[in-house]
Design a protein around this ligand. Structure first.
Ligand code: PGA
Length: 251
């Protein structure tokens, strides 16, 4: 593993201000695991509050627009996220790709915008069940990496890749350890091809139904540098169990 493991919670469209108590508990818990990098991407409405409160948390957005400002009603730009205290943004989540028609080119433009604004970026990739059944999982992920990753000088240092098979998200189903290992090895090879030596240090997270019960096994897979966690990140209790699976507590 190139760095300390990175466990990121994606709260999706969940979390009223009352959920800040969970964030504070996660923040306190994260302090006990200094060997783990802990992030949360709350809804936009909580980014600023969480960034102000969190001492041990990296706070990020779940998406950003490719333009820094303009007549784009309802959108949030990368400089706005940065201004609110975010340090990273997730781009290309499969829910954005599927429900908002985001293409690889759009995802890449968002990643470029994020890096230009001084944010780190988590680029999500992953195949559908039909694509896996057709034996095309690696080809699909390869094409997504090719089209979605930012290509600027030095960008490798700002990028994390999240491999999230679409059929594993929110379903309780996870790929076999062998399938995760094979996909992460393929992603690493692609990162080396794109970024050269810089590609060796890019974290590759696994995402899709990660929970306290399977985190140990998934985090032990070669080239799995952490996890992107949806449902199980919403309470401190379940999320901190995943953090604990990534690194021991120090008192
Ligand atoms: P899940 O979501 O952990 O609820 O499956 C993961 C994600 O969509 O990032």
């Amino acid at each position: 593993m190139p760095h300390r493991p990175y466990i990121v919670g994606n709260w999706k469209m969940n979390g009223l201000r009352a959920a800040m108590s969970e964030a504070r508990s996660i923040d306190r818990g994260a302090q006990r695991h200094p060997g783990v990098r802990v992030g949360i991407a709350p809804p936009f409405t909580l980014v600023h509050a969480m960034a102000e409160t969190g001492q041990n948390l990296f706070v990020g957005g779940q998406d950003c627009h490719a333009q820094p400002s303009g007549a784009f009603t309802g959108e949030v730009s990368a400089p706005m996220l940065k201004d609110a205290g975010a340090v990273f943004v997730i781009v290309g989540h499969s829910e954005r790709r599927a429900m908002h028609g985001e293409s690889d080119a759009m995802v890449q433009a968002k990643a470029d915008a994020a890096i230009a604004a001084g944010l780190d970026v988590i680029v999500c990739v992953g195949e559908t069940e039909a694509e896996r059944d057709a034996g095309r999982a690696e080809a699909v992920v390869d094409a997504q990496l090719e089209g979605s990753l930012p290509r600027g000088e030095g960008d490798a240092a700002r990028v994390t890749v999240a491999y999230e098979p679409v059929w594993a998200i929110g379903t309780g189903r996870v790929p076999s350890v062998d399938d995760v290992a094979a996909m992460h090895a393929a992603i690493r090879a692609h990162l080396l091809a794109i970024y050269g030596d810089g590609g060796a240090a890019v974290r590759i997270l696994y995402g899709g139904s990660v929970n306290a019960g399977n985190a140990n096994e998934l985090l032990a897979v070669a080239e799995v540098g952490g996890a992107l966690v949806g449902g199980a990140s919403l309470t401190a209790d379940s999320f901190l169990q995943i953090v604990a699976a990534a690194g021991p507590a120090e008192d």
